[in-house]
Write a protein that binds this ligand. Structure first.
Ligand SMILES: Cc1ncc(COP(=O)(O)O)c(C=O)c1O
Length: 392
């Protein structure tokens, strides 16, 4: 199924790797001398982990960050040799195999520290410390115990500490300063106990962009690499990021509808006047939520048309009015991205965040890469069946 070119797919996820590279370079320059850990978890926010990893590393990223061990192994299996840190794992998993694959592990509890030490082989770890978000991280009461346990294991190298901001998207939120001060205390404690902890990191995308004072020795952005604005209350283009993802369907049917006639299951919408309907082949099985009904538009030939009626499993309908531009079957219908509304704007319309919007496309969606240094043979898909990430 792989090998399809852009333009032949019914439903396509276009990933602009040049945009990813540009965003990476801009971030790298702006945070210098701090290092850049590019977060490529969740299949690089559905942009394709392996292709994005290669792109960001070529554009200057120093390290990669993922959530799970499986994500880290995927990168190693693809031949990515740069440092990869995984921060969501459980001591019951095959820790030895992860370490043997050269995967850096975040220690998020005393049990995780014990598992790394007991694996009895060379290990590079980052201790994720609790600083106030209360999600995952070693509690202050356990800092001493964990730092000492890792210090006393000669095969273990602690590269640094990390933590995560709960309110990084609001630069002035007092929570950020509170967490930063706890983070500094954790670094001091580790050093007092004899750990060097040379490379520490706290900020995700919004924290990186809006709190330069909190960059420590490394920053850990994800969303910004993909061109998503994440700082609350600023214009979408505030930081000059270039969105990398577009979700595009190819219209299958255009048909007339008379005033008062309805469309789709339940006849939940009826035409206010005579006009035309068009069918877009993206439904909830492709990641377009049924609950978004009536809350978004789809752009065809540069004009946005309202989505109407129930979103079905495989398709949804848009109302073209009197079809002023002569929309026809085969035309591209941009759900979000280049030529349509941004993921950020769509998120506002449907009541979520741009992170969730880019994570949505799945099912029959085919991922296609444009730009970048990826050669043509490998330029089409991340999945072996050519589907976007969430389908695998
Ligand atoms: C621990 C950690 N660091 C960094 C990131 C990247 O965040 P963002 O995409 O906001 O830059 C995430 C994402 O949720 C995360 O969980």
């Amino acid at each position: 199924m792989s090998g399809q070119k852009s333009g032949t797919n019914l439903l396509e996820l276009r990933i602009d790797l040049d945009a990813v590279a540009r965003n990476t370079r801009a971030l790298k320059e702006s945070v210098d001398p701090a290092q850049l850990m590019a977060v490529v978890k969740a299949d690089a926010y559905n942009h394709g982990a392996v292709e994005v990893a290669r792109t960001v590393l070529a554009a200057g990223a120093d390290q990669l960050g993922v959530a799970t061990l499986a994500e880290a192994h995927q990168l190693r299996d693809a031949g990515v040799t740069a440092p990869v840190l995984a921060w969501i794992w459980s001591p019951e998993q095959d820790v030895a195999a992860a370490l043997d694959a050269g995967i850096d592990l975040a220690v998020i509890s005393p049990e995780h520290a014990r598992a790394v030490v007991d694996a009895g082989r060379p290990a590079r770890v980052t201790v994720k410390v609790e600083t106030g978000m209360h999600r995952s991280g070693v509690d202050e009461a356990d800092w001493g115990k964990v730092f000492a346990m890792l210090r006393d294991a000669p095969q273990v190298t602690v590269t640094g500490l990390m933590s995560h901001l709960a309110c990084g998207d609001v630069a002035g939120d007092a929570q950020n300063n509170l967490q930063a001060s706890h983070f500094r205390a954790a670094i001091a404690r580790a050093r007092t106990l004899g750990l060097e902890v040379p490379v520490n990191h706290l900020t995700n995308s919004p924290g990186t962009l809006s709190r330069p004072d909190l960059r420590f020795e490394m920053v850990r952005p994800g969303a910004a690499l993909y061109g998503l604005e994440t700082v609350a209350g600023v214009p979408e283009d505030e930081h000059g990021l270039v969105p990398a993802m577009s979700w595009v369907g190819r219209i299958t049917v255009v048909k007339p509808v008379a005033a008062g006639e309805g469309t789709s299951y339940g006849m939940t919408w009826r035409a206010p006047e005579d006009g035309y309907l068009a069918v877009v082949p993206a439904g909830y099985a492709d990641g377009l939520p049924r609950a978004w009904q009536g809350r978004f538009g789809v752009t065809v030939r540069g004009r946005a048309y309202p989505q109407v009626g129930r979103v079905c499993m495989d398709q949804h309908v848009i109302f073209l009015g009197d079809n002023p531009d002569g929309v026809a079957p085969g035309d591209e219908a941009v759900i979000f991205g280049a030529g349509g509304v941004s993921a950020t704007r769509l998120a506002e319309q449907v009541g979520t965040i741009n992170y969730e919007v880019v994570s949505r496309p799945t099912g029959r969606t085919r991922r296609v890469f444009v730009g970048g240094a990826i050669d043509d043979a490998a330029s089409v898909t991340a999945g072996e069946d050519g589907t976007a990430g969430g389908a695998r």
